[in-house]
Design a binder for this molecule. Structure first.
Ligand code: FES
Ligand SMILES: [Fe+2]
Length: 412
């Protein structure tokens, strides 16, 4: 059986603050009819964020991007997942790999933000690696370590990765169960979008967003706010037209909902209309709705008639995230003479909603830091928030119980 690289952060003893929060989670489990929100400190506490890095980001499948952004051999992009520098590259064999971008000599990072390369040469002392991460050159090392020896020990580590519908995920645990079998419902719902065959624009990066990563999924997945915060511009997709999904313990990779449009080919821009021609295999019913899905923890996507827009959420700290925003559409749509304009309109359209959400997220994050921050019950229209918490709490408790700490003893 293949052994995958395990590269989690070292466990930390559960701090009293983390233990206290773990002890308050039961009230947030269950359906929207009975559950309440997480304790506010789960959004603001640096100690809780450190716990989440280990309980969630070190163990789950974490999204890094979409294969449509690196279609050709040598195409690559770099990113950091909770501080871990990665190089996502399409090799000579056309396989997509998620490699460490840390040079095996003294640790300089390899690669620019994105591009196309024949190999990666470290600017510091000139060690070079091929597209699969194999060391191919290390100048002036012969006097201490012959290259024949060095090349077996100094290749870039490859992390376990999985591709679902064209989205690339990495797993630092090396032992997580496959992701796709936990996305059955969503896979069926989106099958006619054929996302694995779509082209992706080079994602646009929005840095320094001063709110917790969980708000991003919460805001995107609950329809309660759309009628108020997005008054007017969201009316073509009214929250009363939402179809929720029931929580399924055996198919829990994603939290998602659909919203029926008031007309066919709706789109999230000021006109409320899709700008590109609809994707070819969608039925009329599929062209008349959007699917909003959070592939937990850090991929959000909105699938509409002509495009799928997506956010890869990159947490930096308890109150700081970087977002990579991408758009998928067909290669035919991208070859239209007006494609650049339509793409710009599509991204600007999403940005209109995002600007309103940004204000709400910043202000909510501030509110969560208050001495008297609320822990609330929800409206039925926040059903997805209870589902997000079920997903999270399962991971929180499972990791905490795996540690030889006070919590494990208490849980026995
Ligand atoms: S750190 Fe890369 S060659 Fe020295
Ligand atoms: Fe919103």
């Amino acid at each position: 059986m293949t052994q995958f690289l395990r590269a989690g952060l070292p466990d930390l003893a559960l701090a009293p603050e983390v233990l206290a929060l773990l002890g308050q989670l039961d009230a947030s489990q269950g359906d929207v009819s009975q559950a309440m929100s997480l304790p506010p400190e789960c959004y603001t506490s640096p100690a809780w964020f450190e716990f989440e890095k280990r309980a969630v980001y070190d163990r789950e499948w974490v999204a890094v991007g979409h294969i449509g952004a690196i279609p050709d051999v040598g195409d690559y992009f770099t990113l950091e997942i909770v501080g871990e520098p990665l190089l996502v590259v399409r090799g000579k064999d056309s396989e997509v790999r998620v490699l460490s971008s840390v040079c095996r000599h003294r640790g300089h990072l390899l690669g620019e933000a994105s591009g196309n390369a024949k190999n990666f040469t470290c600017p510091f002392h000139g060690w070079s690696y091929d597209l699969e991460g194999t060391l191919t050159g290390a100048p002036e090392m012969e006097g201490t370590l012959p290259f024949a020896e060095l090349k077996h020990t100094a290749c870039l580590p490859a992390f376990r990765s999985e591709i679902w519908n064209g989205f690339i995920f990495v797993n630092f645990d090396g032992e997580a169960e496959a992701l796709a079998p936990r996305l059955k419902g969503l896979t069926t719902l989106l099958q006619n979008h054929h996302m694995e065959d779509l082209a992706s624009i080079k994602p646009v990066e929005w840095a320094s967003n001063k709110w917790n990563w969980k708000f991003m999924q919460e805001n995107a997945l609950e329809p309660y706010h759309t009628h108020y915060l997005h008054t007017g511009i969201h009316d073509f997709a009214p929250s009363s037209n939402t179809r929720f999904t029931e929580w399924d313990e055996t198919d829990d990779g994603a939290i998602y909902r659909e919203v029926e449009f008031m007309h066919i080919d709706g789109g999230f821009n000021i006109a409320g209309k899709a700008l590109f021609p609809a994707l070819p295999d969608l039925t009329e019913a599929e062209r008349s709705r959007v699917v909003f899905a959070g592939v937990m923890p850090n991929l959000f996507l909105g699938a509409q008639a002509d495009v799928v827009f997506y956010y890869v959420i990159l947490p930096q700290a308890a109150g700081d995230i970087t977002l990579r925003v991408g758009v998928l559409t067909s290669w035919d749509n991208l070859s239209l003479p007006t494609a650049d304009l339509l793409l710009k309109g599509t991204i600007d359209g999403v940005a209109v909603f995002n600007e309103q959400d940004t204000v709400a997220n910043i202000r909510t994050h501030k509110g969560m830091s208050s001495r008297v921050a609320p822990r609330t019950r929800w409206s039925p229209n926040e059903k997805t928030l209870a589902q997000i918490n079920n997903w999270l709490i399962k991971r929180y408790k499972s990791y905490a119980a795996s540690l030889n700490g006070e919590y494990a003893q208490a849980a026995e």
